[in-house]
Write a protein that binds this ligand. Structure first.
Ligand code: GLU
Length: 371
């Protein structure tokens, strides 16, 4: 990606998609698609985190009286999600955009194998200029594995793909010092900086609830807190404001902007170092060490030895011929498989292992250089 091009996650809630009504508001979705197309045209990579499955399911069934139970909601999501995707598919197509459905649960992010699968798939989609439309996999997400609200999901997605910016669109202009519908002194909080989000802001965001969506301002602020700690800047703003995305990306002071507390690369490095598998790693030759330092991926041909115990999706250290840790990253193959392909060409992976997860043992997108 070009230096000033950004990777942006946009979260739209049910209230934005329905424009506050009980059904999808197609002009609103059209406006969203048109704005995303503009961003992609200028070279940004964009993913959408979209709610609305349950609301659309309810609309499709003609608003039945249902118990408030999880199975009832899962049923509605199962009905609504394909219809929601169908609407996205058709409207985004007007602007020449391709969409992809990505349904996640908490396990997909906490389990190391699923984490790397989700991450690699999202990476590939973003690099192709396709818009991943992410939602929670509501039909299988029971209490234990649910993320529960799409605000937090959007923060996890921002972490997963190391986004520059997370825009949480809602039906309010941002976070206010008090409830704006009750207090006329309520003021929009324009920005939040510093290591901690001040207590007053947490309090100001407390308890605000809207109709069909799950999250209030509080979950939005929680999401912002997660995202900013891994280097993503967050803006909470009104999805009803015209051309909101361009204006935000251009730096216009709209909504509540919450600055990141760490640099993205620094955050990746800390994450990798904290999670590295002990007493395991990969030794590489001088050619591979040079390739890595120039931004290349680690290919089997440059490996001289894999040692210790690691699985696909684990974080492992990479040692140069002098025995120094030169990189660390998420590995695409388990140790025993790396042993079988050590020194071989990537084109031989499939025949040697009987399967292939790609040419790279560690992709450069999943790696941090050390030293
Ligand atoms: N996943 C839910 C849906 O698509 C929405 C959750 C939320 O609004 O936070 O209906």
């Amino acid at each position: 990606m070009h230096a000033d091009k950004k990777r942006i996650i946009i979260k739209v809630g049910t209230s934005t998609l329905t424009a506050g009504t009980s059904k999808l508001h197609l002009p609103q979705i059209t406006a969203l698609a048109q704005q995303l197309a503009e961003l992609i045209k200028r070279g940004d990579q964009v993913a959408l985190v979209s709610s609305g499955a349950i609301a659309v399911g309810r609309e499709r069934l003609g608003y039945p009286a249902l118990p408030k139970s999880i199975p009832a909601k899962q049923m509605l999501a199962a009905i609504g999600q394909p219809r929601l995707m169908n609407v996205y598919e058709q409207i985004f197509d007007i602007y020449g955009l391709k969409v992809a459905q990505v349904l996640l649960t908490r396990e997909d992010i906490s389990d190391r194998k699923r984490y790397i699968n989700a991450r690699n798939t999202l990476e590939s989609l973003l690099e192709q200029g396709v818009v991943p439309v992410v939602n929670e996999n509501d039909t299988v997400a029971t209490d234990e594995i649910r993320i529960g609200d799409n605000d937090n999901l959007s923060a996890l997605v921002a972490n997963l793909v190391e986004a520059d910016l997370l825009v949480i669109l809602t039906d309010q202009e941002g976070i206010y010092t008090a409830n704006p519908s009750r207090s006329k002194d309520a003021q929009l909080i324009r920005e939040v900086r510093g290591a901690e989000i001040p207590k007053e802001i947490w309090e100001a965001a407390g308890g605000s609830q809207n109709g069909l969506g799950t999250g209030g301002m509080h979950t939005k602020l929680q999401a912002a807190e997660i995202a900013r700690r891994s280097g993503t800047e967050v803006v909470i703003a009104s999805g009803l404001e015209p051309q909101i995305l361009q204006r935000l990306v251009d730096g216009e002071a709209l909504g509540t902007r919450i600055y990141a507390v760490v640099d993205k690369l620094e955050s990746r490095k800390r994450f990798m170092l904290a999670g590295a598998v002990p007493r395991a790693g990969i030794r590489i030759d001088a050619g591979a060490a040079a390739a890595l330092s120039e931004g290349g991926s680690l290919l089997p041909v440059g490996i001289s030895e894999a040692y210790g115990k690691f699985e696909r999706g684990d974080i492992v250290r990479v040692k140069d011929p002098a025995g120094k840790d030169c990189a660390i990253g998420l590995v695409n193959y388990a140790c025993e498989d790396v042993k079988k392909i050590t020194g071989k060409r990537s084109s031989e992976i499939e025949s040697l292992l009987g399967f292939a997860y790609g040419d790279e043992v560690i992709h450069h997108n999943n790696m941090t250089l050390l030293g």
